[in-house]
Design a protein around this ligand. Structure first.
Ligand code: GDP
Length: 430
């Protein structure tokens, strides 16, 4: 049984918490795309953690955590992250790394930073983790697979070839120091030593796991609106954030994904540049940012303050549709308890016309939010365990949003911990 946990919006919806929670009943958790450029925040009995590369199942001893072939793997960062959790008394997790995963090279990180510097004010707001240069090279067929570390002759030849090309860029476009191929080869030998015990033919492993009836979670990074095809291009990430890509980035048949749990946050936040129709500013935004998430809405990887906004039904309906949602997990609802009235974006006005269908980027830039105000519930809902016990206005908020997006909200998260979850039966069926 394979389930995907993915985001409907711009990321930071609380996928880490939902994955960590579902991992109690899972055998394998696998990251299928992205790299160490975004983070998941998880709160559990060991403390509060920000994970970047490791799947959110690493805190259990019954799970196997896998880095899938679709991931941009930064080997030193992976091992730094493992150490950062074992240093805090988390038992050493069982880790497997796909032999087909490609590696973020030191020059990807440099080129990312140099390109941002070159673009100046016109930059894409990259986290400078090397993700865009990494995926560019993957598809330009000059990336390095983990498996290539194990054939020294082929590796040396390729290093020489790639360095020649990168050095032309470094010299003439960026005017920066050149790469020494011997030094790079030495670094890759180090990477080999680090990763060797964990390397695995992951698609074969998963095939056997599926046949054995294991429960597998595919953990997505970011959300639909950051997908390179279906998101707010070009302000997107470099790998697909959709559940469908989980099949490719893990190496399983698409029809094995039986459940798609799409995580939606009860309000909006975004990082980086790009149109954000329901965005709010000033004191209103500061207050929501300060109260948001678990200790404020600041990037788990970068510490950057997140842009804030009201719940966006147009973006979320689209986000859920593209994911192929079977269940919506509606998170961080507890944070809204301070508001007298809660605005919700129910439509976009573009050139005088109102639409509820998410548009392409150039039209999105012109969209103005159509807001509807719902009454607040003015109390703390943390600790509540059943849906019926939630205040009436809180239930109405959930049900209004469910009706607008048209996908069943079957889980409501009312706190950052694993146990802060309310299951509900939804009238909406897909
Ligand atoms: P992810 O990238 O989708 O995993 O999301 P992040 O980890 O970046 O952001 C979610 C933030 O909200 C984290 O700080 C979580 O601990 C926190 N969080 C998740 N669910 C809830 C919830 O229901 N209530 C509150 N208050 N915080 C939550």
């Amino acid at each position: 049984m394979v389930k995907a946990v993915v985001g409907a919006n711009w990321g930071d919806e609380g996928k880490g918490k939902i994955t960590d929670m579902l991992a109690q009943q899972a055998d394998i958790i696998i990251r299928f795309q992205g790299g160490a450029n975004a983070g998941h925040t998880i709160v559990n009995k060991y403390g509060k953690f920000a994970l970047h590369t490791l799947p959110s199942g690493v805190f259990y001893d019954h799970t196997t955590s896998i880095i899938g072939n679709g991931v941009a793997l930064n080997i030193p960062l992976l091992f730094k992250e493992i150490k950062s959790i074992t240093d805090r008394n988390v038992p050493m997790p069982k880790i497997l790394v796909s032999d087909r995963a490609q590696m973020v090279m030191p020059y990807h990180i440099l080129l990312d930073a140099y390109e941002e510097e070159r673009l100046g004010g016109k930059s894409f707001g990259s986290t400078k983790s090397g993700i865009a240069p990494f995926y560019s090279d993957k598809y330009a067929k000059i990336g390095f697979q983990v498996s290539e570390l194990f054939d020294e002759e082929v590796l040396k030849d390729k290093v020489d070839r790639v360095c020649e090309q990168k050095n032309i860029l470094l010299q003439h476009m960026y005017h920066k120091p050149l790469i020494d191929p011997d030094e790079l080869l030495e670094t890759l030998r180090e990477y080999k030593k680090m990763v060797e015990p964990y390397v695995c033919n992951v698609s074969l492993y998963l095939d056997q796991a599926i046949k054995a009836g294991k429960t597998i979670l595919l953990e997505g990074q970011l959300g639909t609106l950051k997908d390179p095809d279906h998101g707010i291009y070009p302000m997107v990430t470099s790998s697909s954030t959709l559940a469908a890509y989980g099949a490719i980035g893990a190496g399983i048949p698409p029809y094995e994904i039986k459940e798609v749990i799409t995580v939606c946050k009860a309000y909006s936040s975004a990082v980086g540049a790009g149109a954000f129709v329901s965005e709010i500013f000033g004191d209103e935004a500061d207050e929501l940012r300060r109260r948001g998430g678990d200790g404020g809405e600041f990037g788990a990887t970068t510490g950057r303050p997140r842009r804030m906004g009201w719940f966006d039904c147009v973006a979320s309906k689209y986000g859920c549709r593209l994911q192929g949602t079977t269940d919506v997990a509606f998170t961080v609802l507890d944070v809204l308890g301070y508001l007298d009235e809660i605005p919700v974006c129910v439509g976009y006005e573009i050139d005088g016309e109102v639409t509820t269908d998410f548009p392409v980027t150039y039209k999105l830039e012109k969209a103005k939010p159509v807001l509807k105000k719902l009454p607040g519930w003015k109390c703390d809902i943390r600790g509540i365990k059943s849906y019926e016990e939630l205040p009436e206005n809180c239930r109405k908020y959930v049900e209004f949003i469910e009706e607008q997006i048209g996908f069943p909200i079957t889980m409501v998260s009312n706190g950052p911990g694993r146990e802060d979850i309310i299951y509900r039966k939804s009238a909406v069926r897909r």
